[in-house]
Design a protein around this ligand. Structure first.
Ligand SMILES: *Cc1c(COP(=O)(O)O)cnc(C)c1O
Length: 466
Protein backbone atom coordinates (compact mmCIF):
# COMPACT_ATOMS: atom_id res chain seq x y z
CA UNK A 1 0.00 0.00 0.00
CA UNK A 2 1.29 3.44 -0.97
CA UNK A 3 0.36 6.70 0.73
CA UNK A 4 0.11 10.21 -0.74
CA UNK A 5 0.13 13.64 0.89
CA UNK A 6 -2.97 15.85 1.00
CA UNK A 7 -0.83 18.74 -0.27
CA UNK A 8 0.32 17.05 -3.43
CA UNK A 9 4.09 17.50 -3.47
CA UNK A 10 5.63 15.15 -0.88
CA UNK A 11 6.79 11.76 -2.23
CA UNK A 12 4.48 8.75 -1.94
CA UNK A 13 5.62 6.44 0.87
CA UNK A 14 4.88 2.95 2.19
CA UNK A 15 3.24 2.25 5.54
CA UNK A 16 6.46 1.96 7.56
CA UNK A 17 7.78 5.33 6.38
CA UNK A 18 4.41 7.02 6.83
CA UNK A 19 4.17 5.74 10.41
CA UNK A 20 7.59 7.09 11.35
CA UNK A 21 7.18 10.37 9.43
CA UNK A 22 3.85 11.52 10.91
CA UNK A 23 3.47 14.76 8.94
CA UNK A 24 4.38 14.78 5.21
CA UNK A 25 7.37 16.89 4.13
CA UNK A 26 5.07 19.34 2.28
CA UNK A 27 3.08 19.98 5.48
CA UNK A 28 0.23 17.69 4.39
CA UNK A 29 -1.20 14.52 5.90
CA UNK A 30 -0.85 11.05 4.44
CA UNK A 31 -3.72 8.98 3.04
CA UNK A 32 -3.72 5.71 1.07
CA UNK A 33 -3.59 6.37 -2.68
CA UNK A 34 -6.85 4.40 -2.94
CA UNK A 35 -9.23 2.81 -0.43
CA UNK A 36 -9.12 -0.97 -0.06
CA UNK A 37 -12.60 -2.39 -0.68
CA UNK A 38 -14.27 -5.15 1.33
CA UNK A 39 -17.07 -7.15 -0.27
CA UNK A 40 -20.27 -7.89 1.65
CA UNK A 41 -19.04 -11.47 2.09
CA UNK A 42 -15.74 -10.32 3.55
CA UNK A 43 -17.60 -8.12 6.02
CA UNK A 44 -20.01 -10.93 6.89
CA UNK A 45 -17.02 -13.15 7.60
CA UNK A 46 -15.99 -10.80 10.43
CA UNK A 47 -19.03 -11.81 12.43
CA UNK A 48 -18.09 -13.60 15.62
CA UNK A 49 -14.36 -12.81 15.33
CA UNK A 50 -12.44 -11.49 18.32
CA UNK A 51 -11.38 -7.85 18.38
CA UNK A 52 -7.78 -8.76 17.58
CA UNK A 53 -8.76 -10.95 14.63
CA UNK A 54 -11.12 -8.23 13.35
CA UNK A 55 -8.24 -5.75 13.65
CA UNK A 56 -5.94 -8.04 11.65
CA UNK A 57 -8.50 -8.47 8.82
CA UNK A 58 -9.37 -4.77 8.62
CA UNK A 59 -5.79 -3.46 8.77
CA UNK A 60 -3.99 -6.04 6.60
CA UNK A 61 -4.45 -4.10 3.32
CA UNK A 62 -3.11 -0.89 4.91
CA UNK A 63 0.15 -2.42 6.14
CA UNK A 64 0.83 -4.51 3.02
CA UNK A 65 4.49 -4.29 2.07
CA UNK A 66 5.57 -3.33 5.60
CA UNK A 67 4.21 -6.09 7.84
CA UNK A 68 3.11 -9.66 7.17
CA UNK A 69 -0.30 -10.65 8.48
CA UNK A 70 1.43 -12.75 11.15
CA UNK A 71 3.52 -9.79 12.31
CA UNK A 72 0.42 -7.60 12.41
CA UNK A 73 -1.38 -10.23 14.49
CA UNK A 74 1.48 -10.31 17.01
CA UNK A 75 1.45 -6.53 17.40
CA UNK A 76 -2.35 -6.38 17.74
CA UNK A 77 -2.36 -9.16 20.32
CA UNK A 78 0.26 -7.30 22.36
CA UNK A 79 -1.51 -3.94 22.05
CA UNK A 80 -5.04 -5.14 22.85
CA UNK A 81 -3.97 -7.71 25.43
CA UNK A 82 -3.56 -4.74 27.77
CA UNK A 83 -7.26 -3.84 27.71
CA UNK A 84 -9.31 -4.78 30.72
CA UNK A 85 -12.37 -6.04 28.81
CA UNK A 86 -12.30 -9.26 26.78
CA UNK A 87 -14.23 -7.55 23.97
CA UNK A 88 -11.69 -4.65 23.96
CA UNK A 89 -14.45 -2.25 22.78
CA UNK A 90 -17.74 -3.64 24.15
CA UNK A 91 -21.11 -2.46 22.85
CA UNK A 92 -23.76 -1.56 25.45
CA UNK A 93 -27.44 -1.09 24.60
CA UNK A 94 -29.30 1.97 25.97
CA UNK A 95 -32.74 1.61 24.36
CA UNK A 96 -34.34 0.13 21.24
CA UNK A 97 -32.26 2.36 18.94
CA UNK A 98 -29.22 3.59 20.83
CA UNK A 99 -25.99 1.85 21.75
CA UNK A 100 -22.75 3.02 23.32
CA UNK A 101 -19.42 1.67 22.10
CA UNK A 102 -17.09 1.74 25.10
CA UNK A 103 -13.64 2.70 23.89
CA UNK A 104 -12.18 3.40 27.34
CA UNK A 105 -11.07 -0.01 28.62
CA UNK A 106 -7.40 0.63 27.86
CA UNK A 107 -4.69 1.38 30.41
CA UNK A 108 -5.40 5.14 30.70
CA UNK A 109 -9.22 5.03 30.45
CA UNK A 110 -9.48 7.10 27.24
CA UNK A 111 -10.15 6.01 23.67
CA UNK A 112 -6.71 7.27 22.64
CA UNK A 113 -5.30 4.02 24.04
CA UNK A 114 -6.89 2.07 21.17
CA UNK A 115 -4.65 3.83 18.66
CA UNK A 116 -1.61 4.63 20.77
CA UNK A 117 -1.10 1.14 22.18
CA UNK A 118 -0.78 -0.11 18.61
CA UNK A 119 1.36 2.85 17.57
CA UNK A 120 3.82 2.06 20.39
CA UNK A 121 4.15 -1.49 19.05
CA UNK A 122 4.60 -0.27 15.47
CA UNK A 123 7.27 2.26 16.46
CA UNK A 124 9.31 -0.32 18.32
CA UNK A 125 9.07 -2.86 15.49
CA UNK A 126 10.08 -0.40 12.76
CA UNK A 127 12.84 1.29 14.79
CA UNK A 128 14.49 -1.98 15.70
CA UNK A 129 14.44 -3.03 12.03
CA UNK A 130 16.28 0.17 11.15
CA UNK A 131 18.36 0.27 14.29
CA UNK A 132 17.21 3.86 14.73
CA UNK A 133 16.06 5.87 17.72
CA UNK A 134 13.39 8.57 18.18
CA UNK A 135 12.72 11.21 20.79
CA UNK A 136 9.01 11.92 21.19
CA UNK A 137 8.20 15.38 22.48
CA UNK A 138 4.67 16.46 23.15
CA UNK A 139 2.48 18.84 25.10
CA UNK A 140 -0.69 17.64 26.75
CA UNK A 141 -3.70 19.03 28.51
CA UNK A 142 -4.43 15.55 29.83
CA UNK A 143 -5.54 12.49 27.85
CA UNK A 144 -3.04 12.29 25.01
CA UNK A 145 -0.02 12.57 27.31
CA UNK A 146 -0.96 9.68 29.55
CA UNK A 147 -1.99 7.43 26.65
CA UNK A 148 1.26 8.15 24.77
CA UNK A 149 3.44 7.60 27.84
CA UNK A 150 1.76 4.33 28.65
CA UNK A 151 2.18 3.17 25.05
CA UNK A 152 5.94 3.71 24.89
CA UNK A 153 7.08 3.27 28.52
CA UNK A 154 10.04 0.92 28.73
CA UNK A 155 10.42 0.55 24.95
CA UNK A 156 13.90 0.41 23.51
CA UNK A 157 14.84 3.09 20.95
CA UNK A 158 12.24 5.62 22.15
CA UNK A 159 12.51 8.40 24.71
CA UNK A 160 9.44 10.48 25.51
CA UNK A 161 9.36 14.00 26.97
CA UNK A 162 5.86 15.16 27.85
CA UNK A 163 5.15 18.74 28.87
CA UNK A 164 2.07 19.63 30.89
CA UNK A 165 1.02 22.98 32.35
CA UNK A 166 1.72 22.83 36.07
CA UNK A 167 -1.44 22.78 38.18
CA UNK A 168 -3.73 22.79 35.14
CA UNK A 169 -4.32 19.11 34.53
CA UNK A 170 -6.46 17.08 36.92
CA UNK A 171 -4.80 15.03 39.67
CA UNK A 172 -5.87 11.81 37.98
CA UNK A 173 -4.46 12.94 34.66
CA UNK A 174 -1.15 14.10 36.17
CA UNK A 175 -0.70 10.94 38.19
CA UNK A 176 -1.44 8.79 35.14
CA UNK A 177 1.66 10.36 33.60
CA UNK A 178 3.99 10.97 36.52
CA UNK A 179 3.66 7.57 38.22
CA UNK A 180 5.07 5.82 35.14
CA UNK A 181 8.66 5.46 36.36
CA UNK A 182 10.25 3.85 33.27
CA UNK A 183 13.73 5.17 32.44
CA UNK A 184 12.71 6.45 28.98
CA UNK A 185 9.81 8.59 30.30
CA UNK A 186 10.37 12.24 31.24
CA UNK A 187 7.48 14.31 32.55
CA UNK A 188 7.93 18.06 32.71
CA UNK A 189 5.56 20.42 34.49
CA UNK A 190 6.07 23.86 33.01
CA UNK A 191 5.28 27.14 34.56
CA UNK A 192 2.68 28.29 32.01
CA UNK A 193 -0.50 27.32 30.15
CA UNK A 194 -1.20 24.47 27.75
CA UNK A 195 -0.75 26.89 24.85
CA UNK A 196 2.69 27.82 26.23
CA UNK A 197 3.61 24.14 26.42
CA UNK A 198 2.45 23.57 22.87
CA UNK A 199 4.38 26.61 21.63
CA UNK A 200 7.56 25.22 23.25
CA UNK A 201 7.09 21.90 21.49
CA UNK A 202 6.52 23.66 18.17
CA UNK A 203 9.68 25.70 18.70
CA UNK A 204 11.69 22.51 19.27
CA UNK A 205 10.38 21.04 15.99
CA UNK A 206 11.18 24.29 14.19
CA UNK A 207 14.80 24.17 15.39
CA UNK A 208 16.07 22.05 12.49
CA UNK A 209 19.43 21.21 14.08
CA UNK A 210 17.82 20.17 17.38
CA UNK A 211 15.12 18.20 15.59
CA UNK A 212 17.54 16.16 13.52
CA UNK A 213 20.13 15.69 16.30
CA UNK A 214 17.54 13.93 18.48
CA UNK A 215 15.30 12.63 15.67
CA UNK A 216 12.24 14.32 17.18
CA UNK A 217 8.92 12.67 16.54
CA UNK A 218 5.30 13.43 17.41
CA UNK A 219 2.44 11.17 18.37
CA UNK A 220 -0.42 13.56 17.69
CA UNK A 221 -3.47 12.50 15.77
CA UNK A 222 -2.13 13.45 12.36
CA UNK A 223 -0.30 10.10 12.29
CA UNK A 224 -2.02 7.81 9.77
CA UNK A 225 -1.41 4.70 11.86
CA UNK A 226 -3.54 6.12 14.66
CA UNK A 227 -6.49 6.64 12.32
CA UNK A 228 -6.06 3.18 10.84
CA UNK A 229 -6.30 1.57 14.27
CA UNK A 230 -9.57 3.43 14.87
CA UNK A 231 -11.22 2.11 11.68
CA UNK A 232 -11.34 -1.31 13.30
CA UNK A 233 -13.97 -0.59 15.95
CA UNK A 234 -16.44 0.76 13.39
CA UNK A 235 -16.34 -2.65 11.70
CA UNK A 236 -16.41 -4.48 15.01
CA UNK A 237 -19.53 -2.62 16.21
CA UNK A 238 -21.41 -2.55 12.90
CA UNK A 239 -20.97 -6.28 12.29
CA UNK A 240 -22.42 -6.98 15.74
CA UNK A 241 -25.48 -4.90 14.82
CA UNK A 242 -26.12 -6.65 11.53
CA UNK A 243 -23.70 -5.25 8.93
CA UNK A 244 -23.33 -5.80 6.02
CA UNK A 245 -27.06 -6.59 5.86
CA UNK A 246 -28.11 -3.60 7.94
CA UNK A 247 -26.70 -0.06 7.92
CA UNK A 248 -25.58 1.54 11.17
CA UNK A 249 -25.19 5.21 12.15
CA UNK A 250 -22.44 6.51 14.44
CA UNK A 251 -22.31 9.61 16.61
CA UNK A 252 -18.80 10.77 17.46
CA UNK A 253 -17.72 13.40 20.00
CA UNK A 254 -15.18 15.29 17.96
CA UNK A 255 -12.17 17.53 18.44
CA UNK A 256 -9.39 16.98 15.93
CA UNK A 257 -11.67 15.01 13.56
CA UNK A 258 -9.51 11.89 13.87
CA UNK A 259 -12.00 9.50 15.39
CA UNK A 260 -14.86 10.41 13.07
CA UNK A 261 -12.60 10.40 10.01
CA UNK A 262 -11.85 6.75 10.83
CA UNK A 263 -15.59 6.15 10.40
CA UNK A 264 -15.44 7.80 6.99
CA UNK A 265 -12.60 5.45 6.05
CA UNK A 266 -14.69 2.45 7.14
CA UNK A 267 -17.51 3.65 4.87
CA UNK A 268 -15.12 4.09 1.92
CA UNK A 269 -14.03 0.48 2.47
CA UNK A 270 -17.59 -0.75 2.02
CA UNK A 271 -19.01 -0.80 5.55
CA UNK A 272 -22.69 0.24 5.30
CA UNK A 273 -22.62 3.43 7.39
CA UNK A 274 -25.95 5.26 7.26
CA UNK A 275 -24.63 8.48 8.73
CA UNK A 276 -21.73 9.91 10.72
CA UNK A 277 -22.88 12.47 13.27
CA UNK A 278 -20.15 14.95 14.13
CA UNK A 279 -20.86 16.08 17.69
CA UNK A 280 -19.09 19.21 18.92
CA UNK A 281 -19.32 21.21 22.12
CA UNK A 282 -19.65 25.01 21.89
CA UNK A 283 -16.24 25.08 20.17
CA UNK A 284 -18.12 24.39 16.98
CA UNK A 285 -15.83 25.08 14.02
CA UNK A 286 -16.62 21.63 12.57
CA UNK A 287 -20.36 22.07 12.95
CA UNK A 288 -20.17 25.43 11.16
CA UNK A 289 -17.97 23.95 8.44
CA UNK A 290 -20.27 21.01 7.75
CA UNK A 291 -23.55 22.88 8.11
CA UNK A 292 -22.62 26.15 6.37
CA UNK A 293 -19.25 25.65 4.67
CA UNK A 294 -17.69 28.18 7.05
CA UNK A 295 -14.38 26.93 8.45
CA UNK A 296 -13.25 29.88 10.53
CA UNK A 297 -11.32 29.77 13.76
CA UNK A 298 -12.94 31.20 16.89
CA UNK A 299 -11.62 31.69 20.43
CA UNK A 300 -11.38 28.47 22.41
CA UNK A 301 -13.98 28.41 25.21
CA UNK A 302 -13.05 26.07 28.10
CA UNK A 303 -15.78 23.48 28.77
CA UNK A 304 -16.39 20.32 30.82
CA UNK A 305 -15.17 18.40 27.75
CA UNK A 306 -11.56 19.62 27.50
CA UNK A 307 -10.50 17.07 24.87
CA UNK A 308 -12.93 18.72 22.44
CA UNK A 309 -11.96 22.32 23.20
CA UNK A 310 -10.36 22.79 19.82
CA UNK A 311 -10.73 25.46 17.15
CA UNK A 312 -8.56 23.97 14.40
CA UNK A 313 -9.19 20.32 13.53
CA UNK A 314 -6.03 18.97 11.99
CA UNK A 315 -7.58 15.86 10.43
CA UNK A 316 -10.36 17.79 8.69
CA UNK A 317 -7.81 18.37 5.92
CA UNK A 318 -8.02 14.67 5.10
CA UNK A 319 -11.76 14.93 4.46
CA UNK A 320 -11.38 18.10 2.40
CA UNK A 321 -8.83 16.28 0.26
CA UNK A 322 -10.72 13.04 -0.26
CA UNK A 323 -14.27 14.40 -0.51
CA UNK A 324 -13.12 17.38 -2.58
CA UNK A 325 -11.61 15.33 -5.41
CA UNK A 326 -8.02 14.69 -4.21
CA UNK A 327 -6.43 17.77 -5.77
CA UNK A 328 -3.38 18.19 -3.51
CA UNK A 329 -1.99 21.38 -5.04
CA UNK A 330 -5.36 23.14 -4.88
CA UNK A 331 -5.78 22.04 -1.27
CA UNK A 332 -2.27 23.28 -0.41
CA UNK A 333 -3.37 26.70 -1.70
CA UNK A 334 -6.61 26.57 0.26
CA UNK A 335 -4.78 25.59 3.48
CA UNK A 336 -2.21 28.36 3.02
CA UNK A 337 -5.11 30.78 2.79
CA UNK A 338 -6.58 29.36 5.99
CA UNK A 339 -3.26 29.60 7.83
CA UNK A 340 -2.92 33.25 6.80
CA UNK A 341 -6.47 34.44 7.54
CA UNK A 342 -7.70 31.78 10.05
CA UNK A 343 -10.79 31.31 7.89
CA UNK A 344 -11.87 29.62 4.67
CA UNK A 345 -14.94 28.55 2.72
CA UNK A 346 -15.35 24.94 1.70
CA UNK A 347 -15.63 24.39 -2.05
CA UNK A 348 -18.90 23.04 -3.45
CA UNK A 349 -17.23 19.71 -4.15
CA UNK A 350 -16.02 19.50 -0.55
CA UNK A 351 -19.45 20.38 0.83
CA UNK A 352 -21.28 17.92 -1.40
CA UNK A 353 -18.71 15.19 -0.75
CA UNK A 354 -19.11 15.62 3.00
CA UNK A 355 -22.90 15.99 2.96
CA UNK A 356 -23.34 12.49 1.57
CA UNK A 357 -22.27 10.93 4.87
CA UNK A 358 -21.91 13.54 7.60
CA UNK A 359 -24.35 15.50 9.68
CA UNK A 360 -23.32 17.65 12.60
CA UNK A 361 -24.57 19.06 15.85
CA UNK A 362 -23.39 21.56 18.46
CA UNK A 363 -24.20 20.56 22.02
CA UNK A 364 -24.05 23.03 24.92
CA UNK A 365 -23.59 22.34 28.64
CA UNK A 366 -27.31 21.76 29.24
CA UNK A 367 -27.56 19.29 26.37
CA UNK A 368 -24.55 17.44 27.75
CA UNK A 369 -26.00 17.26 31.26
CA UNK A 370 -29.40 16.08 30.00
CA UNK A 371 -27.76 13.29 28.01
CA UNK A 372 -25.76 12.08 31.03
CA UNK A 373 -28.94 12.10 33.08
CA UNK A 374 -30.94 10.27 30.40
CA UNK A 375 -28.31 7.51 30.06
CA UNK A 376 -28.37 7.06 33.82
CA UNK A 377 -32.16 7.19 34.30
CA UNK A 378 -33.19 5.30 31.18
CA UNK A 379 -30.46 2.68 31.02
CA UNK A 380 -28.50 2.76 34.27
CA UNK A 381 -25.33 3.77 32.41
CA UNK A 382 -22.88 6.35 33.71
CA UNK A 383 -21.20 8.08 30.79
CA UNK A 384 -18.52 10.77 30.71
CA UNK A 385 -19.13 14.35 29.50
CA UNK A 386 -17.46 13.78 26.09
CA UNK A 387 -19.57 10.71 25.41
CA UNK A 388 -22.62 12.71 26.55
CA UNK A 389 -21.99 15.29 23.81
CA UNK A 390 -22.08 12.40 21.34
CA UNK A 391 -25.22 10.90 22.83
CA UNK A 392 -27.05 14.24 22.86
CA UNK A 393 -26.25 14.65 19.15
CA UNK A 394 -27.29 11.05 18.43
CA UNK A 395 -30.70 11.50 20.02
CA UNK A 396 -31.52 14.64 18.05
CA UNK A 397 -30.12 13.58 14.67
CA UNK A 398 -33.41 12.26 13.30
CA UNK A 399 -32.02 8.88 12.25
CA UNK A 400 -34.72 6.53 10.87
CA UNK A 401 -36.04 4.29 13.65
CA UNK A 402 -34.99 1.14 11.81
CA UNK A 403 -31.32 2.10 11.97
CA UNK A 404 -29.23 1.49 15.08
CA UNK A 405 -27.23 4.49 16.30
CA UNK A 406 -23.92 3.88 18.05
CA UNK A 407 -22.43 6.65 20.18
CA UNK A 408 -18.69 6.35 20.69
CA UNK A 409 -17.84 6.61 24.42
CA UNK A 410 -14.41 8.18 24.41
CA UNK A 411 -13.49 8.36 28.10
CA UNK A 412 -14.27 6.53 31.33
CA UNK A 413 -16.63 8.53 33.54
CA UNK A 414 -14.16 8.30 36.45
CA UNK A 415 -11.81 10.66 34.60
CA UNK A 416 -14.39 13.45 35.04
CA UNK A 417 -16.03 12.65 38.37
CA UNK A 418 -17.19 16.18 39.23
CA UNK A 419 -19.19 16.80 36.06
CA UNK A 420 -20.67 13.32 36.24
CA UNK A 421 -21.68 13.72 39.87
CA UNK A 422 -23.30 17.08 39.13
CA UNK A 423 -25.43 15.55 36.38
CA UNK A 424 -26.34 12.18 37.89
CA UNK A 425 -25.80 12.52 41.63
CA UNK A 426 -23.43 9.56 41.48
CA UNK A 427 -19.65 9.81 41.77
CA UNK A 428 -18.01 7.22 39.52
CA UNK A 429 -15.13 5.39 41.25
CA UNK A 430 -11.82 4.73 39.52
CA UNK A 431 -11.74 1.13 38.26
CA UNK A 432 -9.76 -1.16 40.53
CA UNK A 433 -6.88 -1.65 38.07
CA UNK A 434 -5.94 2.02 38.44
CA UNK A 435 -7.32 2.36 41.95
CA UNK A 436 -3.89 2.60 43.59
CA UNK A 437 -2.99 5.63 41.45
CA UNK A 438 -3.02 7.88 44.49
CA UNK A 439 -0.58 5.78 46.49
CA UNK A 440 2.03 5.40 43.72
CA UNK A 441 5.26 7.38 43.68
CA UNK A 442 5.38 10.36 41.29
CA UNK A 443 8.38 11.66 39.40
CA UNK A 444 8.53 14.80 37.28
CA UNK A 445 10.63 17.87 36.69
CA UNK A 446 9.36 21.39 37.21
CA UNK A 447 10.84 23.84 34.74
CA UNK A 448 10.30 27.45 33.73
CA UNK A 449 8.45 27.66 30.42
CA UNK A 450 11.42 28.90 28.43
CA UNK A 451 12.92 27.40 25.29
CA UNK A 452 16.42 27.41 26.86
CA UNK A 453 15.35 25.54 30.00
CA UNK A 454 13.39 22.87 28.11
CA UNK A 455 15.94 22.22 25.37
CA UNK A 456 18.78 22.03 27.91
CA UNK A 457 16.81 19.46 29.90
CA UNK A 458 16.01 17.38 26.82
CA UNK A 459 19.55 17.59 25.39
CA UNK A 460 21.03 16.29 28.64
CA UNK A 461 18.82 13.22 28.70
CA UNK A 462 17.82 12.28 25.13
CA UNK A 463 19.84 9.95 22.90
CA UNK A 464 21.50 11.83 20.03
CA UNK A 465 21.41 10.23 16.60
CA UNK A 466 24.24 8.23 15.08
C1 LIG B 1 -9.23 13.14 22.01
C2 LIG B 1 -10.60 13.00 22.56
C3 LIG B 1 -11.75 13.32 21.80
C4 LIG B 1 -11.67 13.89 20.40
O1 LIG B 1 -11.17 12.96 19.46
P1 LIG B 1 -10.68 13.45 18.02
O2 LIG B 1 -10.14 12.25 17.36
O3 LIG B 1 -9.63 14.49 18.30
O4 LIG B 1 -11.86 14.02 17.33
C5 LIG B 1 -13.00 13.10 22.37
N1 LIG B 1 -13.12 12.63 23.63
C6 LIG B 1 -12.04 12.32 24.39
C7 LIG B 1 -12.25 11.84 25.78
C8 LIG B 1 -10.75 12.48 23.89
O5 LIG B 1 -9.69 12.19 24.66
Amino acid sequence: MQYQSTRGSAPALGFEDVTLAGLASDGGLYLPTSWPAFTADQIRALSGLSYVETAVRVMTPFVAGSLTQEELRELCAAAYGRFSHQAVTPLVQLDHQHWVLELFHGPTLAFKDVALQLLGQLFERFLSRRDDHITIVGATSGDTGSAAIDAVAGRAKIDIFMLHPEGRVSDVQRRQMTTVLAPNVYNIAIDGSFDDAQALVKAMFNDVAFKSRFNLSAVNSINWARLMAQVVYYFYAAVRLGAPDRAVAFSVPTGNFGDVFAGYVAAQMGLPVDKLIVATNVNDILHRALAEGDYSQGQVVPTATPSMDIQVSSNFERLLFDAGGRDGLALADQMRGFEASKAMRLTNAQREGAAALFSSSRVDADGMTMAMRWAYDAAGQIIDPHSAIGLAAARTAGVDASIPVVTLATAHAAKFPDAVERATGTRPPLPSRVGDLFSREESYAKLPGTFEAITAYVAERATPRG
